[in-house]
Design a protein around this ligand. Structure first.
Ligand code: C2E
Ligand code: MG
Ligand code: MG
Ligand code: MG
Length: 273
């Protein structure tokens, strides 16, 4: 009986696993052809200096323009991209597309604004990363200072990446820590990270006016950033109250729906002209 049950359990487990594997292979194939057919599209979210009202940069955010389902957000496919082993390819595409877009905007007379790209950990294992990066920039006639790379705290913690990060910084590329404070908030790490900039995560911003702990954390991040010489931006700012708090505590650089959501490229052009 026990055997039978064991057998049954094993069978069920195996079946589920197989289904999962098949699903994954399917998704992988799907994503692969989406890359080939150029079904991905970048939206750009402006970053604002709320004191001067100036647009200081933007973040490129990927969407999948699915032929039947329409626009799909990254939350639903980024993990699948990673699992399918396509992240290097996808990030290469994003980098190239951002450079192409900046080049197009420039040719339309728009001032070049620094644009940030979300970089996942696996991209750092891309061979010839720096060579490829400079080759793309050169192809589009762009300087390194138009780019910013957003990495997560977990990437920033991997010391094996430091020589690469240092090289990028030495060449004038801004490296920022995305979603700062959400994972490894020990401030002690900050003295080791070879980065220039910190993005305060939205989870703290939503606590403004609600949680004195979140407010204290934001104030601490602002203090530490200014003492250690990091640039700073607050993500996910949605309300006037949040903005007022951030301005009062010396964090004027803002990215959030209060100013703009992520926008298609032609709306960025309209904004800038
Ligand atoms: P993230 O890098 O932290 O990007 C910020 C996310 O917050 C974006 O979601 C943006 O639309 C959203 N957001 C901005 N302002 C507000 C606000 O005021 N309120 C609220 N509720 N949300 C706001 P999105 O575009 O869905 O991207 C989600 C995540 O997917 C990104 O988080 C990033 O981790 C990842 N991602 C996006 N594009 C790429 C990419 O090209 N490559 C990689 N590896 N990851 C990407
Ligand atoms: Mg980001
Ligand atoms: Mg973020
Ligand atoms: Mg986030």
């Amino acid at each position: 009986q026990a055997k039978l049950q064991e057998g049954t359990n094993y069978f069920i487990f195996d079946w589920e696993l197989r289904e999962k594997l098949e699903q994954k292979t399917m998704i992988a194939k799907y994503l692969h052809s989406a890359l080939e057919r150029e079904e991905f599209v970048l939206y750009y979210q402006p970053q604002i200096n709320a004191v001067t009202g100036e647009m200081i940069g933007m973040e490129a955010l990927i969407r999948w323009n699915h032929p039947e389902k329409g626009l799909i957000g990254p939350g639903t496919f980024i993990t699948a991209v990673e699992e399918a082993g396509l992240m290097i390819q996808l990030t290469d595409w994003v980098l190239r597309e951002v450079c192409r877009q900046l080049c197009e905007w420039r040719s339309l007379g728009m001032p070049l604004l620094r644009t940030s790209i979300n970089i996942s950990n696996s991209w750092f294992y891309n061979r010839n990363l720096i060579e490829n990066l400079f080759a793309v920039l050169e192809e589009y006639g762009l300087d390194t200072d138009v780019l910013e790379f957003e990495i997560t705290e977990s990437t920033a913690l991997l010391e094996e990446h430091y020589p690469l990060l240092q090289q990028m910084r030495d060449h004038g590329i801004i490296v920022s820590i995305d979603d700062f404070g959400t994972k490894y908030s020990s401030l002690n790490y900050l003295k080791h990270f070879p980065v220039n900039k910190i993005k305060i995560d939205r989870t703290f911003i939503t606590g403004i006016g609600v949680s004195s702990i979140d407010e204290t954390i934001i104030k601490s991040i602002v203090f530490v950033a200014s003492q250690l010489g990091y640039d700073l931006i607050a993500e996910g700012v949605e309300t006037q109250e949040q903005l007022a708090f951030l301005l009062q505590h010396n964090c004027p650089h803002i990215q959030g729906f209060l100013f703009y959501p992520p926008l298609p490229a032609d709306e960025i052009r309209k904004l800038a002209s």
